[in-house]
Design a protein. Sequence first.
Lengths: 69, 568, 82
Amino acid sequence: MESTPIKIDYRRCNGCRKCYELCPMDIFVLDKEMDMPLVAYEEECGFCGICWMECPKRAIDIVYPVSFW
Amino acid sequence: MARQQITERVIETDVLVMGGGIGGCPAAAKAAEHGLNVTLVEKSKLERSGKAGQGLDEIGIFPRDGLTPLEAVRIYLGKSSVYDRGGTERVVNPRVLFKLFDNAMWALEELEKLGVNMKYINGEYGWMPWGFAAGGELGPKVELRVHWQNVKPEMAAGVRKRGINVIERTMVVDLLTHNGKVAGATAVNTRTGEFIVFKAKAVVIASGDLERHYNSPTPHFWKYKMGLNTCPAASSGDGQAVAYRAGAYLSCMEMMRPVTIRDIVLMQPGQLHLNDGIPAKVFTWKGDEISRPPGPLQFMELERQGLAPLYYSLEHLPDDFQKRLEVHIADETMLRLKMSQDRGFNPRTHRYQIVGDRAVRFNNTGIVIGDNLEALRGVYAVGECTDTYGIGAGGTAVAGFVVGENICNYVSGAGEPPLDKAQVEYQRQTALAPLAVKDGVEPLELECTIRNICEEYGGTFKSEGRLREGLKRLGSLKREFLPRLMAPNPHYLMRCLEVRNIMALAELHLQASLERKETRGLYIRLDCPQRDPSLDNRRVYQRMVNGQATIEMVDVPELSPDFVKEKK
Amino acid sequence: MTETGPDKHYEERFEYPLWKMIRQRAEEKDISYNAAYQEILPEYLKLIKYGDTEWVDAQIKKYNQETAMLKERESQRKTEGG
């Protein structure tokens, strides 16, 4: 069972890699086949929202996990 | 990842800046302006690194509107701001503070030259009053309202234009020294694992805060261990640890500051206490207003009386100020707008629970810096890694410019730094060791264990027995588990290096707490409940001498009239 | 427990007027939220009385006077042994 607070909508993603470039905690990696970013270190997310606000296609959705409340 | 895959290179530079945040970028930019060869090493990416990465809504203090730098120092040292709640629990260096305030207006001009946009009100600065002004008086307007959601991209562009060698996704391991002088540093690329040796005549440490030795009140951890309210990459105390291992003094490692609201992922203290001049009101859960939130001991008393928790309220704000609040939130962290909406935390109607009995954040604690912001010969430090950075981002940027402006004086006489091969080899081994460990310890798990120790044996309400027990446990963790940290790839190597730093600083924190046997402001020793006047204006200093940890009480430097006259 | 206490709601969703503007602009132009905010900001700032220092100072003064009165009441209660 996996729920992720950082969801990338790959229908919208254009592979610009901004999220991968900018993430202060470096939680993204690049999927070599798809050439798209993947969340690899999900539990290290600092929830700063930088990837979410910088994505030119608004392809990233962030939901604070339940444990934040 | 095999050790044989690790590549290595040597980079020679005049000035190495450790950290590309709001302190490091000004320092690098200014040093480069003076013709020095500058290398900026940054753990993430310049455009969004550090606590200013998401954005800033205010910076201050700028002595103007009738406020002189000297008065600013006096007020800062003496006043009971909402952060202090009843006393100056931090003991800062007034000489450095004076220097920062004295250079603040100049730094503002330098920021503009660097390409940072600051004039938003019809092409003018937007000045706001300083914190509370009591009794119907309006305080001087010395806080600068900024819409700095993009301050880091703007600053990064300015830095890149000045021919600075920017090395990103790279974490400094340790400083290199020779005969008491700095010679450079070693670092690891956190994506490729490349080991880099920097030969530098001078180093500027601008790596940020220490917060990760404690939990945040929000979130309560399940698996999201980094969901702290500020930048976790800039909160592992890298600079403090690196400086300490190189022989620098750290001070005030026992001092803590309260974390104000429970849901700090949604609302920052700035929006509650500043907010362009109309701060939040405080209510008990029964709905009675009180004039200010209490310190931890008073909070416990209110709890006993059945009046806790307390709540901040912004319901009284006129509509215009509610709009300002929205902009404040968007400027600082736009994500919070969306998150508040999704959970119904509407500032027009919601009351924000206050966490009254937790003090976890450090403030003005860390590397001891002198009149020229120097920590060791050739090592300078700016910002939250130091013992005196003024008030937040404003002070840090000023400090960066001041160091950058003056560092050529040191560099011109520094000579070529010789590399100590044994030192380099030792640091390489230490840094890369986790790559070879099998069936070891995950760095994040060890980090959380350290945090649990600090929470349980340090925390807000300290006492000798607990502190000693905590130190015993930390020591045991250090001996048994630190050598078994494992990193299957360079990314985890970064976490291992961070845990190494956090562990060292957590120990210093508990030791410093043992040393200060009194209760003062928000620093609480349950077994020493009185303030000890002999400790007024004295700070705990910690330093390594010949591999041994030393600790002593040292007088805070005096701000003499001569120093004030001399200026800059 | 008063009507305006924290119990009143924790889950009434709402939308910030600013966020609505950001979201709509971003969707309209298919740009990032950051880019949309940079466009919206100067427009939104016009709705705020930044330049009207007299009005702003009056609001701050009003708040400070209320706080001063509250502190007065609190210190009176203390001296009365309340």
